[in-house]
Design a protein around this ligand. Structure first.
Ligand code: ITT
Length: 196
């Protein structure tokens, strides 16, 4: 099955391809020649995910999905949340975002946090939403250089290593993105069975 993944983030594209497996051929926006930024003006992951998928569906008229995701830290009132990509400013700098988070959490004993993903799929013009969450804790310093974004400071519950240290196969089993994309995959596989 061919789908456009409405993302400009190459790390998300790699993870999604690994999670969805060989039955799905993903085309990135870059492969379609689109290198701009799609606006994410809303206050929820769902609205932003829908905005990205609608933009691409309207432009290309092809089945597509998007992923809006971020880190919600309990002690910070669920920030950075939808601002995760821009936490330290408009330049979308992962290292600055991570350093700002660690500074704000420096003297904070409550380390609880969760990653959330909302995937918006537009299939033959119909919209579908899939969600995923993984709970964990924020470290005091970055650990590991795997993954992307906030991975080096996030330890999923039940583990002692961060997503930056764990093998990518482990992250792709446990993660917020894995949960949401597996739900989408199951939906698409049963949709295909019914419609072929
Ligand atoms: P697109 O909108 O083009 O898909 P983006 O990177 O801007 O790419 P988001 O708006 O969804 O994506 O921002 C999510 C940010 O949250 C992302 O830039 C990371 O900093 C962080 N994030 C999301 N998923 C993550 C993950 O699995 N591991 C670490 N950080 C993650």
């Amino acid at each position: 099955m061919e789908l456009i993944f409405a993302t400009g983030n190459p790390n998300k594209l790699i993870e999604a391809s690994d999670i969805l497996g060989v039955s799905f051929k993903l085309q990135s926006l870059r492969q379609l020649g689109f290198t701009g930024e799609i606006e994410e003006p809303w206050h929820s992951f769902e609205e932003n995910a829908l905005a990205k998928a609608r933009f691409v569906y309207q432009k290309y008229g092809m089945n597509c999905f998007s992923d809006d995701s971020g880190l919600e830290v309990e002690a910070l009132g669920a920030l950075p949340g939808v601002q995760s990509a821009y936490f330290a400013g408009h330049e979308k700098n992962c290292a600055n975002n991570l350093n700002k988070l660690l500074r704000e959490m420096e003297h904070q004993p409550n380390r609880a946090a969760r990653f959330r993903t909302v995937v918006a799929l537009i299939l033959r013009g119909k919209e579908h939403i899939f969600e995923g969450t993984v709970n964990g804790a924020i470290t005091y310093a970055p650990q590991g250089d795997g993954g992307f974004g906030y991975d080096p400071v996030f330890v999923p519950n039940g583990y002692t290593a961060t997503f930056g240290e764990l093998p990518k196969e482990v992250k792709n089993l446990l993660s917020h993105r894995a949960e949401a994309l597996r739900k989408m995959r199951d939906f698409l596989l049963s949709y295909e069975q019914i419609n072929t």
